[in-house]
Design a binder for this molecule. Sequence first.
Ligand SMILES: NC(=O)c1ccc[n+]([C@@H]2O[C@H](COP(=O)([O-])OP(=O)(O)OC[C@H]3O[C@@H](n4cnc5c(N)ncnc54)[C@H](OP(=O)(O)O)[C@@H]3O)[C@@H](O)[C@H]2O)c1
Length: 316
Amino acid sequence: MEMDERKEEEKKMRVLIIGGCGYIGRKLVMASLALNYQTYILYRPQNASSLYKSQMLMEFKIMGALLLQGSFDDHESLVSALRQVDVVVCSVAGDQILQQLKLIQAIKEAGNIKRYIPSEFGMDPDRMPHAIPPGNQIFIDKCVIRRTIEEANIPFTYVSANCFAGIFLAGLAQLATFMPPTNHVTIYGNGDKKCIWVAEEDVAMYTMMAVDDHRAENKVLYVRPPANFLTQMEVVNIWEKLLGKVLDKTILSPQDWLSKMDKYPLFEQIAVAHLYQIYYCGDLDFEPEKPYGLDTNDLYPEYKYVSVEEYLRRFI
Ligand SMILES: NC(=O)c1ccc[n+]([C@@H]2O[C@H](COP(=O)([O-])OP(=O)(O)OC[C@H]3O[C@@H](n4cnc5c(N)ncnc54)[C@H](OP(=O)(O)O)[C@@H]3O)[C@@H](O)[C@H]2O)c1
C-alpha cells in the first residue's frame, strides 16, 4: 500500500454496527460501506445457526465489512469490539431496547467512543408520554436508554426516522400488509393527519452521514424528506394514479379501530396502537424544536431521497 493510501485508511471513520442482520441494521451496514467507513459488525454466536444471517454476514464481509463475534451477555466482547472503533450504531429489535444498558456500561469502560446512536429510528420517545398501551412500552424503554446515555456523558445522536416505507408506505398503512392493495383500503379517520414516509435506505444514509457530523452531536435528528409529508389519503391518491384505478374505501372511526385490538397477538396490538398515534392523533405532525432538534433537510439538502411516488412506482 502506498503512503497516501495508508494515510487515507487511517483517517476513515470506524463504525461498529450492532444488530447488523436486522431489518434496518442491514441497511445501516450498506450505508456505512457506501460512505466508505471502516465498518465492523458485531455478530452473535447464535447467528451461526441461522443460514440466512450467516450468508448475509458473509456477503457483508465480501463487500468489505469486518466481522467481530460478541454479545450483550459477554461484557469483554463488547469492550474489546468498542475499543476498535470510533462510533457505535445499535439497531436491536424493539423488545431488546433495554439490553443496551449493558452496552452503555461497556462504552463507559472502553472510554473511546465519540458517538453512540442507540436503537431508536422511530417516533421521538420523549414526545410520546401520552401513548396508549401496549405501544407505549417501547417509548418508555427508549427514554430509559436516553437518560442513561446522558447521565454517562456519552456523545450521542438520537435518530427519529418517522415511518419506514417498507412497513407503512408499501401497504398504504394497512395492518400487516406490505404490498399496496389493488381493490380496497381502510382509511383511518378522515385520512387527513400528516405523516412522514421514509425509505429505509434513506434512514440509513442520513444516520450514517450524521455519525461523522459534529452538528448532530448531542441532538435529535429528525428524518424529514420534505416531499414525503403526506396524509394517508394523499398517499392513497398517489397510488390510485399510478394504478389507474380508484380503490374502495372503508372509513374507520378511532373507536372502531381500537375495539379490534384484543383480536390480535401482542406484536400486532403494538402496531394497532402505533397506527392510532400516527393516523388518528397526528403525532408526527410537528416541527423539530431547534437547536436540540435537527431536520435532515437542513443538514443535507443536497441528498437525493426516495419520494413517496418513486417508492410506490416500484410496485407497478
Ligand atoms: N420507524 C419505523 O417505521 C420502524 C419500524 C420498525 C422498527 N423500528 C425501530 O428500529 C429499531 C430496529 O428494529 P428492527 O425492526 O430493525 O429490528 P429487528 O430486525 O427485529 O432486529 C434487529 C436485530 O436485533 C438483534 N437482536 C434480536 N434479539 C436479540 C437478542 N436477544 N440479543 C441481542 N440482539 C438481539 C438481532 O441482531 P443480529 O441478528 O444482527 O445479532 C436482530 O437482527 C428498533 O428500535 C425499532 O423500534 C422503526
